[in-house]
Design a protein around this ligand. Structure first.
Ligand code: P6P
Length: 332
């Protein structure tokens, strides 16, 4: 049950029974994320004023220059998740290996693992374009009381217990699911409170927006080229509109509200696709499916892929059900 202008805290309490595990655990998980999101939002919003947008001079496992905000966001989410006695392990785009959290009694009794892209699209920060945080939550798969292992992180997306994103845009929103639909909360920065602004978000079955970096067109698989040409044909319900922000969270958030499809296929410099399966595609796929859309690699459901590596990439197609199915028909 939800009602407009309900606060996030009230919503979590009211829907806690939806979370099939010990009461209060979801609250602590989401609370640690919403606090960290407020702290990151504060820094993102003043990035132009304070010298923290310059690259931190280091590079992450992706070989990308780490913007100082990347480092700040990563540390903020890791610290917030660590201090709540709920998480036994964290994997982050910014860290080569996963982080083990023993718990304050050093007994490894915490039950959840979190995988996170702390600041996706960070190359957009210094040009003042929206960025986002993406998170994915699982129950650990190895015995409670033992140190977390890589197996706890290499679970297929269909085992996620919760997933969400924060979009630092014209307003800051937290959008998440625990498997009972998708709800969006907008932050009132003056009060530091999130309010339910988008209850029960749904992907329109159809849409007229396609989001892809057409600069890579010559490297696309033939099926993707054929689909893009289909979108551009002067026919009954076409041509569609091309909209590509270059920030995954922003492109998918807009498409979920207006209807649309996001495409990042395998290309020459990213033969397996650019996006990361565990902390970008799986959480966005969980949200997409919970909102009535579809997410695949062009052939199979993203959430059915059995991961083999922490930072593995995958081709990614996500959005309105009919648009993704149409694209898949071109891939066959
Ligand atoms: P390209 C940002 O770096 C990101 O991971 C996503 O947020 C975004 O959709 C994509 O990469 C943009 O990649 O190659 O089109 O610049």
């Amino acid at each position: 049950m939800s009602r407009k202008n309900q606060t996030l805290g009230e919503f979590i309490i009211e829907n806690q029974t939806d979370f099939p595990y010990a009461s209060g655990e979801l609250s602590r998980l989401i609370n640690s994320i919403r606090l960290a999101a407020k702290m990151v939002n504060h820094e993102v919003n003043k990035a132009g004023l304070v010298d923290i947008t310059g690259a931190a001079g280091e590079t992450n496992i992706q070989g990308e220059d780490q913007q100082k905000l990347d480092v700040f966001a990563n540390n903020t989410f890791i610290n917030s998740l660590t201090n709540r006695e709920i998480v036994c392990g964290i994997a982050s785009e910014e860290n080569d290996d996963f982080i083990t959290i023993k718990g304050h009694k050093n007994d490894h009794k915490n039950k959840y693992v979190v995988l996170i892209d702390p600041l996706d699209g960070s190359s957009n920060i210094d040009v003042n374009v929206s960025v986002g945080t993406i998170f994915s939550i699982y129950r650990r798969s190895t015995p409670v009381g033992t140190p977390v292992t890589i197996e706890d992180f290499l679970q297929p997306g269909n085992l996620q217990v919760a997933a969400g994103y924060i979009i630092y845009g014209t307003s800051t929103m937290l959008v998440y699911t625990t498997g009972h639909g998708v709800n969006g909360f907008t932050l009132n920065p003056a009060l530091g409170t999130y309010y339910l602004s988008h209850p029960n978000m749904r992907f329109p079955e159809n849409g007229k927006i396609y989001s892809v970096n057409e600069g890579n067109y010559v490297h696309f698989p033939q099926g993707i080229k054929d689909y893009i040409k289909y979108c551009q044909e002067e026919k009954e319900d076409r041509p569609y509109t091309s909209r590509y922000i270059g920030s995954l969270v922003s492109d998918i958030h807009r498409n979920m509200i207006k209807g649309g499809i996001y495409i990042y296929p395998g290309i020459s410099n990213y033969p397996e696709g650019k996006l990361r399966l565990l902390y970008e595609c799986n959480p966005m796929a969980f949200i997409t499916e919970q909102a009535g859309g579809r997410a695949s690699d062009g052939y199979q459901r993203i959430m059915d892929i059995k991961p083999t590596e922490l930072h593995q990439r995958t081709p990614f197609v996500c959005g309105s059900m009919n648009m993704v199915e149409k694209l898949e028909s071109f891939m066959k």
